[in-house]
Design a protein around this ligand. Structure first.
Ligand code: NAP
Length: 282
């Protein structure tokens, strides 16, 4: 898995190319014009769109895709199996529902949204089946920590291509990151900007923003990129959308990268939806 420096692409462990920087598609419920937000994301250059059945926006997103008639090979579509959709037959049915909502024949990446003990192996087997059938180009997981991965690998035929994890400067997930690098699984950050929270006002990040003549958002996203962490920031604002994806023609020095590493304090911005998430309970 090698990132191509200066480009918004990474090659996953099965050879599929994926944009390092994609668009988090969850919009606020009071967003009046979803299409305008997706249009400006497209115009800003986003070609990876992160969706999930639990976001409840796949139908709207599918309508937008259909209406715009973008060539299918020109964009990379991710979706995720929700907790209530897990289990072998359930996943296969959920996949059909998802591609129907998204008005597509296939997904580029299909993830298990959160690990779930009761159906842990069956759900993965269903993803492997979809992959073998050519209905998904890559399969992976989300919110899987090292112990979940170890457990999965006792039975998996296919190594996950990617793990999507909460990752931002105050919650860098660096231990799991190192393990993913060792295994050859691409790390992708959700809520890379800390869900728009405190990090955006961090004094040291503000200082770096001034030094590089960038926004704090760009500093964070470039830091992730330099650490080989793909990211899916969400913005409904066209200027911020453009800034967030303008990452590939400048760089942070190594000492500055290390200063941002030092901000890690293990603070999550969102909780897990399932108490079974804590792997040590299993
Ligand atoms: N796998 C999972 O379990 C999981 C969980 C949560 C999220 N996700 C995915 O991750 C995506 C992004 O996560 P997120 O929306 O929670 O958090 P985020 O991308 O970290 O932050 C989004 C917030 O930051 C603001 N923002 C964006 N760019 C900015 C910039 N340059 N400067 C200042 N503020 C900026 C946005 O406001 P404006 O819109 O006003 O710019 C919004 O309030 C989601 O859409 C979803 O696809 C996955």
């Amino acid at each position: 898995m090698k990132k191509e420096y200066g480009r918004n692409l990474v090659r996953l462990n099965n050879g599929v190319e994926m944009p390092m920087l994609g668009f988090g598609s969850v919009l606020e419920s009071d967003t009046t014009d979803f299409s305008a937000v997706y249009d400006s994301a497209w115009q800003s250059g986003y070609r990876l769109f992160d969706t999930a059945s639990s976001y409840g926006n796949q139908t709207a997103f599918g309508h937008w895709l259909k209406a715009r008639g973008h060539i299918r090979e020109d964009y990379f579509l991710t979706s995720k199996v929700a907790q209530k959709e897990q289990g072998y037959e359930n996943v296969l049915a959920a996949f059909q529902q998802t591609i129907s909502e998204l008005q597509t024949d296939y997904l580029d990446l299909y993830l298990i949204h959160w690990p779930k003990e009761a159906t842990f192996f069956e759900s993965w087997k269903a993803l492997e089946h979809l992959y073998d059938e050519g209905l998904v180009r890559a399969i992976g997981v989300s919110n899987f920590e090292a112990n979940h991965l170890d457990r999965l690998l006792t039975q998996a035929k296919i190594l996950p291509a990617l793990d999507q994890l909460e990752t931002h400067p105050y919650f860098s997930n660096h231990v799991t990151h190192a393990y993913l690098e060792e295994l050859g699984i691409q790390h992708q950050a959700w809520s890379p900007l800390g869900h728009g929270g405190q990090e955006l006002n961090d004094p040291m990040l503000k200082q770096l923003a001034l030094k590089y003549n960038k926004t704090v958002g760009q500093i964070i996203l470039r830091w992730l990129y330099q650490k080989n962490v793909a990211a899916i920031p969400k913005s409904s604002n066209s200027l911020r959308q453009k800034q967030n994806i303008s990452l590939f023609d400048w760089q942070l020095t190594l000492p500055d990268e290390r200063r941002i590493d030092g901000l890690q304090k293990g603070e999550r911005v969102m909780g897990a939806p399932d108490e079974n998430y804590k792997a040590d309970l299993w």
